[in-house]
Design a protein around this ligand. Structure first.
Ligand code: HEC
Ligand code: HEC
Ligand code: HEC
Ligand code: HEC
Length: 495
């Protein structure tokens, strides 16, 4: 035996060993990684000990079977939490951004616009909103309560969606409209439970399910079958029942998602334009406007996490371990309050670093948003100045179309939750377009004013606080607006 061969043989064996070890390690690591990303595989086996009534909308009645989930669910009562741009408290958006009052002038959102909080407040908060009045359609209930799908199941969805007589108030007040009196007695008692287990789970199996027809129908119109959705997609689609852009279609105010042409803001705008749909007429500029409503699902879809198959539940309902049991955290809230479970399971960055990255993204989106909203506010005043200068309606039409397009884009981002963190690039792209369109409207207005002999700058009124902005908005609504034209105009008018 050659001496020299001994170490060689050993080293060969050693390198085989190292190789095998490395292979095992790699395989282990790959498994770990895929188990992190494919956490969907961890679907729990759920045992229902006490049967749940198939129509049980009271979440407390599900608690006996699932005390852990219910206990976490109830923690959504905490409405003191605050993050830089979110959290569960009634942040006053109008106080924070008085320009919003100008942008929504003539519409309910100029009166009252508060940040959302936990699901358990859904019924209470909607009743207290100053935006809700005697004429508000009952369709509003859709995303607030599991009693909606229950009543639909009992009476047929068309009956619930929603003839004129059935206003929002009639559903909560004793004097229910004739339609409801005839058809289903005292509906005021019907809608009482806030968003709960029944909205997302089948009580017989606890499988995730879609209870809102609007989402199923929106899929159908796109030629897709929601029943084919994968388990991981369901962990997002249960949220897309409510966290989406929608509108009330036609006389029946039928809840509809404007997705037929696609989920991008341009495609939704095109959809609305083909019906010449308008939520309201702007009190300052006279523009027919569209209000966007929290398009969280749509914007999420354009982001990196959707692309990589990370679901809403992965970040907002991460797994939680208590007393050795692992379960889904039903305390839905800002992930910034729970970074370790929400993000750090996939990202090996420190908690502080994750917070800084998110806030850094949000600061940039907020800056772009602020630029867009000031340009749009000024554009509304520019158009009002054109009106005061006597511009023809026909000429104002094109300028109004520009400001309508600008604001729908701004609102797509502004009404979205999370200050752009769900898809930063898309939000900044859309805000850039919004600012550009608003500036185009302002250039066109300036041209119109010049043609009418007004070359002085428009005199923009002060809207730097919520109170000032609301007083201003009211003056326009009352037909008593301030004079926006320059000094020369006053001289011309002999004032
Ligand atoms: C990659 C993780 C992630 C995913 C996936 C995700 N979100 Fe978020 N979400 C966030 C972050 C981060 C915020 C910002 C929280 C803050 O500013 O405090 C947020 C904020 C929100 C908020 C506002 C919460 C608050 O307190 O301000 C809502 C509502 C929301 N997301 C809904 C959704 C919905 C619906 C989906 C799926 C369509 C989704 N999110 C997908 C991370 C995620
Ligand atoms: C039935 C409609 C509905 C469904 C389904 C729904 N939400 Fe909500 N969500 C709401 C409403 C309404 C609010 C605001 C409640 C309020 O302010 O009173 C809200 C609020 C929230 C908040 C804010 C809570 C906070 O503390 O800031 C988050 C986060 C959230 N939802 C995430 C989700 C996620 C993730 C899903 C899916 C797993 C989901 N929601 C499913 C209607 C719904
Ligand atoms: C907004 C939708 C939503 C609501 C409301 C909701 N859940 Fe869930 N629930 C989920 C999601 C998402 C999962 C994860 C399912 C999965 O991945 O298979 C889940 C999982 C579960 C599971 C399986 C075990 C586990 O923890 O993963 C149980 C049990 C459960 N929920 C009970 C409840 C109960 C009880 C309520 C009411 C108090 C409730 N859920 C309300 C979305 C919801
Ligand atoms: C289930 C796994 C998972 C969770 C949970 C998760 N992420 Fe991610 N995240 C990913 C993947 C995968 C990518 C894409 C990485 C890539 O392709 O390079 C990503 C990318 C990112 C990026 C980079 C985006 C870009 O464009 O470069 C940021 C920032 C980020 N995540 C933040 C968060 C935050 C904050 C949370 C918690 C609220 C979170 N993530 C939760 C898997 C996850």
């Amino acid at each position: 035996m050659n001496d020299a061969q001994v170490p060689q043989g050993r080293s060969r064996r050693l390198s085989w060993g190292v190789l095998i070890l490395a292979m095992i390690l790699t395989a282990g690591l790959a498994l770990l990684l895929s188990s992190i990303i494919e956490r969907r595989q961890e679907a729990q086996i759920v045992q229902i000990m006490q049967p749940i009534d198939p129509m049980e909308t009271d979440s407390a009645k599900w608690a006996g079977n699932f005390p852990r989930q219910y206990d976490r669910y109830k923690r959504m009562q905490d409405s003191e939490t605050q993050t830089k741009y979110g959290g569960a408290f009634l942040r006053d958006y109008l106080e924070e951004t008085p320009a919003n009052v100008i942008l929504f002038s003539g519409y309910g959102f100029a009166k009252d616009y508060l940040q959302g909080r936990g699901h358990v407040y859904a019924v209470e908060d909607v009743k207290h909103s100053k935006r809700v009045g005697a004429k508000t359609p009952a369709t509003c209930w859709h995303c607030k309560s599991p009693d909606v799908p229950r009543v639909m199941a009992e009476l047929g969805k068309e009956k619930v969606d929603y003839p004129d007589e059935a206003t929002f108030q009639e559903l909560i007040m004793a004097g229910a409209g004739d339609f409801y009196k005839q058809n289903f007695m005292a509906l005021k008692d019907e809608i009482t439970h806030p968003i709960g287990c029944f909205d997302c789970h089948d009580p017989a199996t606890m499988a995730l399910r879609i209870t809102r027809p609007a989402l199923i129908e929106a899929f159908e119109r796109q030629g897709r079958d929601i029943n084919q959705a994968s388990h991981q997609e369901m962990r997002t689609l249960v949220c897309a029942q409510c966290h989406v852009e929608y509108y009330f279609k036609g006389e029946g105010k039928y809840l509809t998602f404007p997705w037929d042409k696609g989920l991008k803001v341009e495609q939704m705008e095109e959809y609305y334009d083909q019906y010449r749909f308008a939520d309201w007429t702007h009190a300052i500029s006279g523009t027919p406007m569209i209000k966007m409503q929290h398009p969280d699902y749509e914007i999420y879809n354009t982001g990196i996490h959707a692309y990589r198959g990370v679901s809403c539940a992965d970040c907002h309902m991460p797994y939680r371990t208590e007393g050795g049991a692992k379960f889904t955290d039903h305390h839905l809230r800002s992930p910034m309050l729970n970074i370790e479970n929400s993000c750090a399971v996939c990202h090996r960055w420190g908690e502080q670093e994750i917070r800084q990255r998110v806030e850094g993204i949000q600061d940039k989106v907020r800056e772009a948003r602020t630029r867009a909203e000031s340009a749009i506010a000024l554009a509304h005043f520019d158009i009002a100045a054109c009106k005061q200068a006597g511009a023809e309606q026909e000429k104002l039409k094109a300028v109004r179309q520009l400001v309508r397009s600008a604001q729908v884009r701004w609102d797509y981002v502004a009404a979205n939750n999370g200050m752009g963190s769900h898809s930063p690039q898309e939000c900044v792209r859309v805000l850039l377009a919004a600012t550009d369109l608003a500036q185009q409207a302002r250039i066109e207005s300036t041209r119109l004013l010049a043609q009418l002999g007004h070359t002085d700058p428009v005199r923009y009124p002060d809207y730097s606080t919520k109170e000032k902005a609301q007083a201003l908005s009211k003056a326009f609504i009352a037909g008593n607006p301030p004079n926006l034209l320059g000094e020369k105009a006053e001289a011309v008018a002999g004032r």
